[in-house]
Design a protein around this ligand. Structure first.
Ligand code: S3P
Length: 453
């Protein structure tokens, strides 16, 4: 990523129209590189997200001796080295802003014979890693971390296999679940995880696609017992659907617009990810699902969104893990709704790329919205009767791509415009966001940020 700091200026617009395909799913893109690298044979990926986060995962596996082509229009080819074929990296593995890279790779690295160190940027260095260190240590891994269990993480190599674990996840986290399952590939015996609430299951689906047995019963998921020596992943083809978390910005933009219709093509509709659609529909959104089909083990569909007068709701806590990345833009939808929206049970938002409860509440208040942060959520008094919901203001994105894009969407319903600083992080998940937003009717300007004197 360039060091250039970017400013967005988002101006009001009323009509949103057109047909677009947003970039590939970030979660699936990360996993395609990881499992492709550990497989035997050549894995071909289409629809790969060429964003900084998944590119960092790609670079890390190259640094461990895996031949991976330069992604071109979403096509990547990985020559897998097998479960035991990674080589010691010469330098620390840098994953930038990406929690998924760090947490999932830690599971894989815990099973290696060589030492490795994982580092990230300032935002990632503040995020909790104890949640993966604890189960990995229970499996026999030796991990050194910074203060309070933060990164950098140094993972010691060992000739001994890990111990299988039956792990009860303390929080609903697909990253922790995936970390333990990936470490389980290197453990003798049967590794199981039980989750307190369903979270995204891309790891389980993709492991099966690579020929690894997975048994799921209720909230428990296990790697099928097999001899460690015999265990192997077999290369496959992966078609990455468009990321529903990126589509979410346009679901809200088209819902709060004055007129038009937006079609989002080939969106991933995995039921562990569609909470944003359920929440928006409960608020009165007009979303039609068309051409539903399954591609490479993941459901996809086209979504057609038309403007609607949204109304406030109490968000069902069961939907929280199924929409965990979409709350910044859902808060914008809530501000444009009629009446009060209440979110509870979402304390995980405090440990994302930023503290999304506090950063969103501050930003909304600055723009004149009545938003009250709580320990585990937010209360927003919607102002849906007004066309211009948001006053003028200058928001700091705080190193968080989704905060930047959420306030860019808010610009559609602003009085004058909204300025958002430090939007360079949008590149981590959504390269080309401003162009696509403008293609369907947004008025988003991108500028280098003025340098401080
Ligand atoms: C992800 C899981 C989620 C999500 C993140 C991607 C994944 O994090 O917020 O953006 O790819 O597994 P948690 O599992 O920590 O909630």
């Amino acid at each position: 990523m360039t060091d250039q700091r970017i400013r967005f200026i988002s101006k009001p617009a009323s009509e949103m129209n057109g047909q677009i395909r947003v970039p590939g799913d970030k979660s699936i893109s990360h996993r395609s590189i990881m499992l492709g690298a550990l497989a035997e044979g050549r894995t071909e990926v289409t629809g790969f997200l060429e964003g900084e986060d998944s590119l960092n995962t790609l670079r890390c596996f190259r640094a461990m001796g895996v031949a991976i082509t330069e992604p071109k229009a979403g096509y990547v080819c990985i020559d897998g080295v097998g479960l035991h074929g990674l080589r010691a990296p010469k330098e620390p593995l840098y994953v930038g802003n990406s929690g998924t890279s760090m947490r999932l790779m830690a599971g894989i690295l815990a099973g290696q014979r060589f030492d490795s160190t994982l580092t990230g940027d300032a935002s990632l260095s503040k995020r909790p890693m104890k949640r993966i260190i604890d189960p990995l240590e229970q499996m026999g891994a030796v991990i050194e971390s910074g203060e309070g269990g933060r990164s950098p993480l140094t993972i010691r190599g060992s000739d001994k296999p890990l111990r299988a674990l039956n792990y009860q996840l303390p929080m609903a986290s697909a990253q922790v679940k995936s970390c333990v399952l990936l470490a389980g590939l290197y453990a003798q015996g049967k590794t199981c995880v039980t989750e307190p609430a369903p979270t995204r299951d891309h790891t389980e689906r993709m492991l099966q696609g690579f020929g690894i047995g997975i048994e799921t019963q209720g909230s428990q998921c296990c790697l099928t017992e097999s001899d460690l020596e015999q265990r192997k992943l077999t290369a496959t083809q992966i078609d990455v659907p468009a990321d529903i978390s990126s589509a979410a910005f346009f679901l809200v933009a088209a819902s709060i617009a004055g007129s038009g219709a937006v079609t989002l093509k080939h969106v991933g509709m995995n039921p562990t990810r569609t909470g944003v659609i359920d929440i928006l529909k409960a608020m009165g959104a007009d979303i039609t699902i068309k051409n539903a089909c399954e591609v490479g083990g993941e459901p996809v569909a086209d979504l057609i969104v038309r403007p609607a007068q949204l109304h406030g709701i109490e968000i069902d806590e069961a939907l929280v893990p199924l929409a965990i990345d979409e709350f910044p833009v859902l808060f914008i939808a809530a501000a444009c709704a009629r009446g009060r929206t209440v979110l509870t049970g979402a304390e995980e938002l405090r440990v994302k790329e930023s503290d999304r409860i506090s950063v969103m509440a501050d930003g909304l208040q600055q723009l004149g919205v009545d938003a009250t942060p709580t320990a585990d959520g937010m209360i927003i008094e919607g102002q849906g009767d007004k066309r211009a919901v948001f006053g003028a203001g200058c928001i700091g994105a705080q190193g968080d791509h989704r905060i930047a894009m959420a306030f860019a969407v808010a610009g559609l319903r602003s009085q004058e415009h909204i300025i958002i600083d430090d939007c360079q992080f949008v590149e981590t998940s959504f390269p080309g966001f401003a162009d696509l937003f403008n293609q369907i009717g947004g008025r988003l300007e991108t500028q280098p940020m003025p340098t401080e004197p």
